[in-house]
Ligand binder design. Structure first.
Ligand SMILES: [Zn+2]
Length: 82
């Protein structure tokens, strides 16, 4: 079956703003236009986005990889082959 193609289905803006979405985390119906989440089509609020993902998409823009303070080394592969 040819179901591997990804199809883009752009929504008309008006529909997008008036249609009620169901939050992927808390399950309430909400209006995407009022969502504080940057993933407003998925989460009703920033907090649900944060709670579900563990981080926020908007926060990622300012987030950088933090140097590890603890010198935690990944387990070295024993007997790893080249
Ligand atoms: Zn929610």
């Amino acid at each position: 079956m040819g179901d591997t193609e990804l199809r883009a289905t752009p929504l008309p803006v008006n529909m997008e703003l008036t249609k009620l979405f169901r939050c992927a985390r808390c399950g309430i119906s909400y209006s995407p236009s009022k969502s504080t989440s940057s993933l407003r089509l998925t989460y009703c609020s920033f907090f649900c986005e944060l709670g579900d993902l563990g981080f926020s998409m908007s926060g990622l823009e300012h987030m950088q990889l933090r140097p590890r303070q603890d010198s935690v080394e990944p387990p070295s592969p024993v007997g790893a082959r080249d």
